[in-house]
Design a protein around this ligand. Structure first.
Ligand code: GCV
Length: 661
């Protein structure tokens, strides 16, 4: 494997398996991957792998068995049991065997202890994808990776596919080990060089697909809706035009000639300047269905993003509410999307803020397959300079029930998949901030099982990444890592935009505080603070009506400040600074208190990390320590700017007389 951080697969995690005797039954590409993995572990630790070549092949320890005739049924399910001292994993599909293998790896010694009745493991969500916002050519403003905080692209450098033989397979291996099975390899903002990946540069996509395939990862591509014009020389990209449809059908067929198991297209249309069907007076269902028709004969899927809103809004216009946009645009189209068209919805109505309500679109389109998109890359949550483990936030989203108790939860409604915007680049630690690896791992495990306990997932990540072979005192290290990670999302929330109001970041790059940075901008992201109060009135009675996009009970819960949860109060309501929260504090005192607390928590976390210096490799320790310095500097800046801003607006002093500027 290349000279990059092994992340959650350091050699030590294979010790339990590598010291044992494993029998592998079955054949096929992914079975070979399992065999290769097991053989490498055994070569390192002294165990043995045998294949089902002869009747005398037996084992006392572990059987990995493909039960389907050729394992090509696509199933990712596997069974796991331990009886009479023998651990057995069976799967009818090769992918199931691969996931079963990594299940054993994750269990470590526990996989070989005691007895365990047969369990069936099956992913709750069939498609578990990471979307890379990677540009092929360096973009003058966005750089190589849009919203990327981990160096350059893993896939692209110098305007073409890296052709690196080691790092991409290593990435596929890490993804498979946490349950991810699909990758989109380029930015949804499709610039010219990326557009060509669909046609004359498909060979480069095929190279990447070839490197990911041995780990059961299918490759997807973001395409430009205007491709027939840009690449095909047609005069229109109208989705109902016969020549346009024929162009897509042919282009798609050629894609499958190069990438036989190609997953499909990801499309950002009519959004932030990207072309789309509106230009031709067509609906987004027309656009998505055209691509779905091209993909259908090959078993592909189009992921059509619902992130459609007016990004040229006049800030004086109080009638337009960006939060309403996806629901307004898409619910009238429910039932019109083809079976292989998935509507990909951001988990919140705005844009991956540290706190947003769950998008009301999720649950409002029963006749449409929805995928839910979260953001592992920390665009608004500290840009991988701050520790911000997002597991608790994602878990809250996935467990949210749009129709209240008794209704389905988001994890169940995401029939079209769970998607994370990738936080990975060509950084040796993969994610820039080494602790941000936990976000990618957690996403994969929650995508496999959305109701999993995020704290247990984090614990698993810690145990794998920092096992006994990586540190002299795993128990102390584990305690320290929980101390710095468990509450880090809430800490981040405390020192940034309060009570769900969002944004307040510096325009453009979105790092660091600027309370009014987006207040008079065209992007539709306002907080409306004045001398008396703050927040956006999204009630049906007096505001934008956004709250009424929910059904009961949430439409009622969010409608009134009396019932709206504190953490979302300013998302839904404009209230005075002396409004008393359910917590018993006034809004202004809450702002002051949380901002002081947030900084104190960062100071404490930095100290905890410093105390772990003897337990973590020096390069990793130094990288995190250096980032803590920046996090603390930035958190203080947030605290002082936010507190001063609201003190100056409101004139209300801090009840505890702390320093406000
Ligand atoms: C890829 C936000 C980000 C953009 C991103 C966009 C999207 O607006 O700031 O960089 O573009 O979301 O999700 O398409």
């Amino acid at each position: 494997m290349p000279d990059v951080d092994p992340a959650w697969l350091p050699p030590g995690v294979f010790r339990a398996l590598g010291t044992r005797r494993t029998l592998i039954r079955g054949s096929g590409r992914l079975v070979e991957t399992v065999h290769g993995e097991a053989a490498e572990a055994c070569a390192r630790f002294g165990g043995r792998v045998v294949r089902d070549s002869g009747p005398g092949d037996t084992t006392d320890d572990l059987v990995l068995e493909l039960t389907g005739s050729d394992g090509s049924d696509g199933s990712e399910a596997f069974t796991y049991e331990r009886e009479g001292g023998l651990t057995t994993v069976t799967a009818s599909g090769q992918a199931g065997l691969l996931h079963g293998f990594f299940h054993v790896v994750r269990l470590g010694e526990d996989a070989f202890r005691g007895e365990r009745a047969r369990e069936t493991h099956c992913p709750a969500v069939a498609l578990r994808m990471v979307d890379h916002w990677d540009n092929v050519a360096v973009h003058p403003v966005m750089g190589q990776v849009e919203r990327g905080y981990a160096g350059g692209s893993l896939f692209w450098a110098d305007g073409r596919a890296r052709g690196e033989t080691e790092r991409v397979p290593a990435y596929g291996r890490l993804l498979a080990a946490c349950g991810i099975n699909a990758v989109a390899v380029n930015n949804v903002n499709v610039h010219e060089s990326e557009a060509h990946l669909l046609t004359d540069r498909i060979g480069e996509v095929a190279e990447i697909a070839g490197a990911l395939r041995p780990y059961g990862i299918r490759t997807h591509l973001s395409v430009s809706f205007a491709a027939p014009v840009l690449l095909g020389g047609l005069s229109t990209a109208d989705p109902l035009d016969a020549s346009v449809r024929a162009w897509w059908a042919e282009a798609t067929e050629r894609v499958y000639e190069s990438v036989e198991d190609f997953g499909g297209f990801v499309v950002k249309a009519d959004s932030e300047g990207q072309p789309g069907p509106f230009a031709y007076g067509r609906s987004h269902a027309d656009g998505a269905n055209m691509l779905a028709a091209a993909l259908a004969p090959h078993g592909g899927t189009v992921h059509w993003r619902a992130f459609v809103y007016d990004h040229r809004q006049d800030w004086r216009d109080r009638t337009t509410d960006r939060a309403r946009a996806a629901h307004d645009h898409f619910t009238p189209l429910d039932g019109e999307f083809a079976a292989n068209a998935v509507l990909q919805v951001k988990h919140g109505p705005l844009d991956f803020q540290v706190r947003e309500p769950v998008s009301p679109l999720i649950g409002a389109m029963p006749g449409t397959r929805l995928a839910v998109e979260v953001q592992a890359t920390q665009e608004y949550t500290g840009q991988q300079r701050h520790v911000c483990w997002l597991g608790p936030m994602w878990s809250e989203v996935l467990r949210f029930r749009p129709e209240g108790e008794g209704g389905a939860c988001v994890g169940e409604l995401a029939r079209g998949g769970l998607v994370a915007v990738s936080n990975v680049g060509d950084d040796p630690f993969w994610t820039g901030h080494p602790l941000a690896q936990a976000n990618l791992y957690t996403f994969g495990r929650l995508a496999w099982q959305p109701d999993a306990d995020p704290d247990s997932v984090l614990d698993e990540w810690i145990r794998l990444t920092f096992g006994p072979e990586e540190t002299s005192d795993p128990v102390r290290l584990r305690g320290g890592l929980h101390a710095v990670l468990d509450g880090s999302w809430r800490t981040y929330e405390k020192y940034t935009a309060p009570l769900g109001v969002g944004f307040m970041v510096q325009p453009g790059h979105h790092y660091g505080p600027s309370v009014d940075g987006y207040e008079y901008s065209p992007w539709g992201t306002y907080h409306f603070a004045d001398r008396d109060g703050i927040g956006v009135d999204r009630s049906a009675a007096t505001g934008t009506g956004y709250a009424a996009q929910y059904v009961k009970p949430w439409a009622e819960v969010y409608e009134s400040p009396a019932t709206c949860p504190d953490e979302l109060l300013l998302f839904f309501h404009h209230v005075s600074y002396d409004h008393v929260l359910h917590s018993g504090k006034t809004v202004i005192q809450h702002i002051y208190d949380t901002h002081f607390e947030g900084v104190t928590e960062v100071e404490q976390a930095r100290e905890v990390w410093a105390s772990l210096a003897d337990l973590v490799g020096p390069a990793r320790h130094a990288r995190v320590a250096e980032r803590y310095e920046e996090q603390l500097r930035s958190a203080r800046e947030w605290r002082d700017q936010v507190n001063s801003y609201f003190f100056r607006k409101s004139g209300v002093p801090d009840a505890h007389g702390r320093r406000i500027y």
